[in-house]
Design a protein around this ligand. Structure first.
Ligand code: FAD
Length: 513
């Protein structure tokens, strides 16, 4: 008989011995198998010890435990029920090969629906070369960069898989990633993370799986807009009008030319954003603060900070422990930054976005693309300040004390341009950051003295929302068009975008005659 147990143990303890300490009638030799169901780290009592809070399943006397796989997830069973026996029709066209588009493609193709994925960027192998060339001072490819290409915006990321949304599809997504080569601990860790190095391999395996399921990928292919008369819908792809029955738009939050194309036909709306900087510290500083004397035995530490200043929310976002700050630009002569880590999170730095909420009052317009223009204005100012793609940077203390910007060491690829960043950001954002950083310094001593600010962090979420039916998930303008994922304004982060992709596919399957 298998049993479940919840235990709190010192970090790194042997699991069988820990079970026996709680179940005193057992000897470690009797425990023949252990499976972790949930694990989180508790550092609240770090002056005494760091603990792991575990939910475990164990078996006794030679028995082995069943380890659930992708096929065991309720989502797979749901797809099976919706599986179509109908002869193949025209493929469903999915624009965008980010988490939303890929998971939508996986779900539909598993159910027997033909799918074609249109992605303006390159497949991950070539995309990796394009991004490295750019980071080494070469050309920025507007269609293949840190935002665009196979895997979408999260390919060059920390690969954090945390999400605030609760969805039954989360397990399905994590199991699919594990089946494609992601480490198994993402299934049980409270704060799962993959790392860009593993993520890029996972994407290649996932593509092979999708191709085996019949999905057609068209990389370097650009969706340029829509035209429709009565019931005849056409998508303009690489200059050619293609009729379609169903079109999924999973274009991500940086698809500016696409937002421009779709602004009128799909009645896009502007939405609030968060704008700011990335702050970088020596990893040691953060690790010591979070883990005390145990920091060398622990993985790179995370933090989450939030306050309210000048009637605005200011918060840390998308933290990359043991990571690097990367140039995440996608538009010529515009600069923006983000964070990325490898699986082992061994960089001597840790970074996080510190962002301030902004809305239509700041954009001084309620026009649908006002938020996007606000982002562009900041990114263009940052490019002009350095005269190149080197992101502007400044010591956090120099920023607070409004003094001359001296240079500091930073991980920023390829390099940063030290200058006064305050004039490059909107005044309310600067004001809120100057008030918030001292609050964060109280929580993490050294946060200001040892912090370097790298600007700008502008792509935290989509500047627009595509109105859609809450149940059927099609656009409120056309029942053949399905806006999906972060770009459409319905997700934030890898997992929630992927969940939206699955939900969109389920909605299409339910409606497919
Ligand atoms: C550097 C970086 C680090 C990040 N780190 C994390 C993290 O650790 N954890 C996390 O949860 N989130 C992270 N994010 C955010 C995360 O990547 C996004 O939330 C997620 O990728 C959104 O998924 P999506 O599928 O909706 O859109 P995207 O991933 O943006 O994918 C959209 C795709 O559509 C394509 N496309 C757009 N327009 C067209 C067109 N007209 N024709 C053809 N193709 C088009 C784009 O090229 C792109 O590949 C990070 C983002 C960045 C940039």
């Amino acid at each position: 008989m298998n049993r479940q147990i919840q235990i709190t143990i010192p970090y790194g303890c042997n699991l069988a011995q820990a079970i026996c300490q709680q179940e005193t009638s057992l000897q470690p030799e009797q425990i023949s198998d252990v499976r972790i169901i949930k694990r989180s780290i508790d550092a609240r009592q770090r002056h005494k010890a760091i603990r792991e809070i575990l939910t475990l399943e164990y078996a006794l006397d030679g028995e082995k435990l069943h380890r659930p796989t992708l096929e065991d997830t309720p989502t797979c069973q749901q797809i099976q029920r919706l599986q179509t026996q109908k002869p193949a029709t025209d493929p469903i066209i999915i624009v965008g090969a980010g988490p939303a588009g890929l998971l939508c493609a996986y779900t539909l193709s598993r159910a027997g629906i033909p799918v074609e994925v249109i992605e303006q960027g390159n497949a991950v192998e070539q995309r990796q070369r394009d991004v490295q060339t750019f980071w080494q001072g070469g050309e920025l490819k507007p269609q293949s960069n840190v935002q665009f290409g196979e895997g979408g915006a999260g390919t060059f990321s920390d690969g954090k898989l945390t999400t605030r949304i609760k969805s039954p599809h989360r397990d399905f997504i994590l199991q699919l990633l594990v089946q494609s080569g992601a480490p198994e601990n993402i299934l049980w860790d409270a704060k799962p993370h993959v790392g860009t190095d593993i993520l890029q391999k996972v994407l290649q395996r996932l593509r092979r799986e999708l191709v085996d399921q019949g999905v057609i990928f068209k990389f370097g292919s650009h969706f340029q807009g829509l035209c429709w008369h009565a019931e005849a819908h056409q998508a303009i792809i690489d200059g050619i009008a293609r009729p379609f029955n169903r079109l999924v738009l999973a274009v991500g939050n940086s698809a500016r030319s696409t937002f421009q194309q779709l602004r009128k036909p799909l009645q896009l709306e502007s939405k609030p954003l968060a704008i700011g900087v990335r702050i970088e510290h020596p990893r040691n500083l953060i690790d010591k603060r979070q883990y005390g004397k145990w920091h060398q035995q622990m993985p790179a530490a995370e933090y989450q900070l939030r306050t309210s200043c000048a009637q605005r929310g200011v918060y840390s976002f998308c933290m990359c422990p043991g990571g690097i700050v990367v140039n995440a630009s996608s538009e010529p002569e515009h600069v923006c930054v983000n964070g990325m880590s490898y699986h082992n999170r061994q960089s001597p730095y840790s970074n996080s976005a510190i962002v301030v909420t902004v809305d239509q009052k700041d954009f001084a317009s309620s026009a649908p693309l006002a938020g996007m223009e606000y982002q562009r204005h900041i990114e263009a100012a940052c490019f002009r300040a350095s005269g190149s793609y080197a992101p502007p940077a400044m010591g956090a203390m120099d920023f607070i004390q409004q003094r001359h910007a001296t240079s500091y060491a930073t991980s920023t690829a390829p390099h940063a341009h030290f200058c006064n960043i305050a004039p490059l950001l909107p005044a309310p954002v600067v004001q809120a950051l100057r008030l918030a950083l001292p609050v964060f310094q109280q929580k993490i001593p050294g946060f200001i003295e040892e912090g370097v600010l790298i600007a700008p962090e502008t792509r935290t979420s989509s500047p627009v929302r595509f109105p859609r039916d809450p149940v059927a998930r099609h656009s409120t303008v056309s029942h053949r068009i399905f806006p999906c994922g972060e770009g459409a304004g319905y997700a934030g982060g890898i997992v929630s975008a992927a969940v939206d992709g699955v939900n969109t596919a389920m909605a299409i399957l339910t409606q497919t005659p």
